[in-house]
Design a protein around this ligand. Structure first.
Ligand SMILES: Cc1ncc(COP(=O)(O)O)c(C=O)c1O
Length: 430
């Protein structure tokens, strides 16, 4: 590899070629400075508006113990969706009262864990869960503070696999059934109704779906007040703030979107004479997406004349399944040739035994050679958290950058880790 430090890609103040040399590849690189900058931008946007609010980080985007420490330090809440995420938060001594427990099929064990640990809010997703939760709370002589996940019937303009707000969805209670559902919960001994929740999708780059969702939820708040004299104290509008994956992606301003959402809520509360609830949002991607990159080493390169040039890297859908799953788009640079002119159109493929194992289709890059370091950008969200061991490939390590410091926060897996839970049945040993 040609060594020319001036031609190296610098991420969050660090030479990525040096990082690859020191920690190996594939490598997840996460910048604490960028995470903090993103989070503070949202917090400031709310502070400016003078409302009661809470920002919750959606742990599904990327969670590990170090992330919990950062989120705790930022004084944010945490959205978890499984016993595993809750356990991670517990191990990081995350304040349980700031945890929101989501999920469309929480198990009895997970609900018991949440009740025993005293999580702040359980976001009830179905009638089955409501009854189970109530029953478990009564058994323990405890009460759970809940939000109801309402499906407001909105389609946010994004890829269909990440639309979760339309009526035909596995998540939440249909807006049409919401009143009867909530009426039922009012009479439950183990349930304290705190508020409503909705999440209308992900990678949303425009404000109007949020405004429509806020209006629909305020309508429901008004109806609940009129019909049952029920006061809704909290309104959680979910996550979904989009980020810039490709140069030129339209990117909204957080200040503008927060301002528009709050204005809609304020207008509706005035019109309906209902108290403005505490406003909660739970961004994941916006907090960590552009704070992460993944470094790979280029290996096999194959040209099919007149068709395509495949450039393979030493990772792929195992560490980033989003292109294969959602046809997600990414930008990348050759970290050791960052200032060189783009000379060829190539497609970046992974190393898995799967034709769909692609990271990027048709990207212009400088001439790629085996041994070059490829940096795929904006991989902080839904990469590590969605990684698998397909083909028994060990998961890469993750490092955290802060100022000039760089340390491992998740160790890379070894082949021993891969077989750790394997057992040989007795009859095969006979
Ligand atoms: C209920 C809920 N809240 C928050 C999020 C976070 O979304 P994003 O990372 O797009 O902000 C999701 C993502 O699927 C979600 O389902």
């Amino acid at each position: 590899m040609k060594i020319d430090n001036n031609n190296h890609f610098i991420f969050s103040g660090h030479d990525t070629v040096e990082l690859a040399k020191k920690f190996g590849t594939p490598l997840y690189v996460l910048s604490e400075d960028i995470i903090r900058k993103n989070a503070i931008k949202i917090i400031k946007a709310f502070e400016k508006e003078n409302v009661d609010f809470q920002i919750i980080y959606a742990g599904k985007a990327l969670l590990n113990i170090a992330m919990c420490y950062i989120i705790k330090d930022l004084n944010m809440g945490l959205d978890v969706v499984s016993g595993g995420e809750l356990y991670t938060a517990k191990k990081a001594s995350f304040p349980m009262e700031k945890i929101y427990f989501h999920g469309n099929n929480k198990s009895k064990e997970e609900l018991n864990m949440a009740i025993d640990l005293g999580v702040g809010r359980i976001v009830v997703d179905s009638e089955y869960e409501l009854e189970l939760l109530n029953h478990l709370c009564i058994e323990k002589n405890k009460k759970a503070s809940v939000l109801f996940r309402i499906n407001p019937g909105i389609e946010a303009h994004t890829h269909k696999y990440i639309q979760t707000g339309q009526e035909d969805s596995k998540f939440g209670i249909s807006i049409k059934q919401a009143k009867n559902f909530i009426e039922k919960a009012r009479n439950m001994q183990g349930i304290i109704i705190k508020g409503l929740h909705c999440h209308i999708g992900s990678q949303i780059l425009e404000e109007y779906p949020y405004k429509i969702a806020a209006k629909i939820m305020m309508d429901l708040i008004k109806e609940l007040k009129i019909k049952y004299k029920l006061v809704i104290e909290e309104l959680n509008l979910g996550g979904g703030f989009g980020i810039e994956y490709l140069k030129g992606d339209s990117c909204f301003s957080v200040e503008k979107i927060v301002n528009e959402i709050l204005k809609t809520i304020q207008d509706q509360s005035l019109k309906y004479q209902v108290k403005i609830p505490k406003i909660i949002i739970e961004p994941g991607r916006y907090v960590v997406g552009n704070a992460g990159i993944t470094l790979y080493e280029i290996g096999a390169i194959k040209s099919i004349p007149g068709i395509r040039k495949y450039v393979s890297v030493n990772g792929g859908m195992v560490d980033n399944p989003r292109t294969a799953l959602y046809d997600a788009k990414y930008h990348a640079v050759i970290a050791n040739k960052v200032n060189e002119k783009e000379k060829e159109l190539v497609s970046i493929s992974g190393k898995c035994c799967e034709s769909g194992d692609m990271l990027i289709w048709d990207i212009p890059l400088p001439v790629c050679e085996p041994g070059d370091i490829l940096a795929v950008l904006a991989t902080g969200a839904y990469n590590y958290s969605m990684a698998s061991n397909y083909n028994r490939i060990p998961k890469p390590p993750m490092i955290l950058l802060k100022g000039s410091k760089a340390e491992i926060i998740v160790k890379g897996e070894t082949y021993e880790d891969i077989i750790r839970n394997d057992k040989i049945p007795t009859w095969l040993l006979e």
